[in-house]
Design a protein around this ligand. Structure first.
Ligand code: CA
Length: 460
């Protein structure tokens, strides 16, 4: 570990002595959330500090209580900030419980049982996890558990980290210079890349990146699922070459001199869709006003987070022991769009940072869940054989039916207008339009089949 982590660790040992504490601390230092039975929720903070306001009797929530899961990466910031700054409470959600999840698999398991069974009602998700849970594709016994996507939490703020042994070998955003070195390994010890859950965001970012460089992710390299803390250990021992992750991991990889960053996801697809708030449909259907109250608190947090003057304070809050449990310094620079890529390149550009409410200089809504983005995730799932092709063929009717069931942008709009969000900030279309990737490939939501056809490397 770098000096910064050692010094912070030593400082914390003064407060929490003993071997149990040190084990907890080491896990925290590696960013490994504690094993959670769903009971690691934060308490206190701003959620209880401020009076209930902004709630007319018509909008009063049916319940003040909900349990939301999160993973300690910057994607979860709107949930934590809404809690800590009292924004949930402002709209009557006085008993929100945030529950740190040990892994994406745990989050999935916990939403399957729901808060009544000691799990969670919803929370932060990679895409298209809510759709896969709704379809029963990743649940136990293929049980269908309908979920609603209610808002996007963030864009950008993710990267692809590479082990130091690849320094100077052409492993960058454009992989042409490294292709032969990487593919030459496939019959001996293949280039190994990790994601944190299969067939969702981080897996897609790695796959897109290597495929754009002419490398087949299914046959030329080895892809595997590894918990975040394990990825660092594996990268240190040289058994793993790459992994994809959310901040603050990229910064830590570089500062710990374990590796460097080949790419930020912001370089691959500017203002790409990232992670989302989704809640069990049975909870939302039972508590429509509470759902909107929750959304209003999140909107307020997202607006607060997009004021760069608030971001050092956000870093201090998120880094706390209840949450990410790491030094605030590892969040501050990425939050300002400052990335030391670790290969001699540095980025200092606010438009490369994570955004929460609006897409930086593009100006489109980050928070609004565009259906066109769900469609990209479904299309990419078809590309790699995770979903059958019939989701996309014939005008993508099957994909659109699933998206119409899961994506509740209508609730987003109701919450936004009740809250008095300016009409200009409420999208009047469910499509963000044609998207363009760093390799020049375009995704037109009107014709996802054309996108699939335009790709050279694919499984479908
Ligand atoms: Ca992510």
């Amino acid at each position: 570990m770098s000096e910064i982590f050692n010094s912070i660790s030593r400082r914390k040992f003064i407060f929490i002595a003993g071997t149990t504490a040190s084990a907890t601390l080491l896990k925290g230092c590696l960013g490994n959330p504690p094993e959670s039975g769903g009971n690691t929720g934060a308490s206190g903070g701003g959620n209880t500090a401020q009076p209930v306001a902004n709630v007319g009797s018509e909008q009063a929530p049916e319940t003040p209580k909900i349990k939301l899961g999160y993973i300690p990466i910057v994607e979860s910031a709107p949930l934590i900030i809404a809690f800590e700054k009292g924004f949930f409470r402002e709209f009557g959600m006085t008993e929100v419980e945030l529950s740190k999840q040990a892994s994406w698999g745990s989050a999935r398991d916990n939403v399957e049982i729901g808060s009544s069974g000691g799990g969670i009602d919803g929370g932060q998700w990679q895409m298209p996890m809510p759709h896969l849970i709704t379809e029963g594709i990743i649940t136990k016994g293929n049980q269908k558990i309908p979920m609603y996507v209610l808002c996007q939490l963030n864009t950008q703020g993710n990267g692809i980290a590479i082990a130091s042994k690849w320094q100077g070998k052409g492993v960058t955003l454009q992989l042409a210079g490294a292709k032969s070195a990487i593919t030459a390994l496939k019959s001996s010890t293949p280039f190994t890349a990790a994601q944190t859950f299969p067939a969702v965001n981080q897996d897609f970012w790695i796959r897109y990146w290597v495929a754009a460089g002419g490398i087949n992710p299914d046959t030329d390299i080895k892809l595997l699922t590894v918990p975040a803390a394990q990825t660092v250990a594996n990268m240190k021992t040289g058994t793993m070459d790459a992994f994809s992750t959310g901040d603050p991991w990229p910064y830590r990889i570089v500062k710990d001199k374990i590796g460097f960053l080949a790419a930020l996801t912001a370089q691959m697809w500017k203002y790409h869709p990232e992670e989302y708030l989704a809640i069990r449909a049975d909870w939302v259907d039972k508590h429509p006003k509470a759902t909107k109250a929750l959304l209003k608190g999140i909107f307020k947090a997202q607006q607060w987070l997009d004021d760069f003057n608030n971001r050092n304070e956000a870093a201090e809050i998120l880094s706390g022991r209840n949450y990410f449990n790491l030094p605030a310094e590892v969040l501050k620079e990425p939050f300002q769009g400052q990335y030391d890529m670790g290969d001699g390149n540095k980025i200092n550009d606010k438009t490369m940072a994570a955004y929460y409410w609006k897409d930086g200089d593009k100006g489109t809504s980050t928070s609004y869940p565009y259906k066109s983005h769900d469609l990209w995730f479904i299309t990419e799932s078809v590309r790699w054989g995770f979903l059958p092709k019939d989701y996309i063929t014939g005008g993508a009717a099957k994909a659109k039916a699933l998206i119409d069931k899961v994506n509740r942008e209508d609730i987003w709009k109701q919450a936004a207008s009740e809250m008095g969000i300016a009409a200009a900030d409420i999208p009047n279309t469910t499509s963000r339009g044609i998207e363009e990737f760093f390799d020049g490939i375009k995704f037109d939501p009107e014709n996802p089949e054309a996108y699939l056809n335009s790709l050279t490397i694919k499984k479908v």
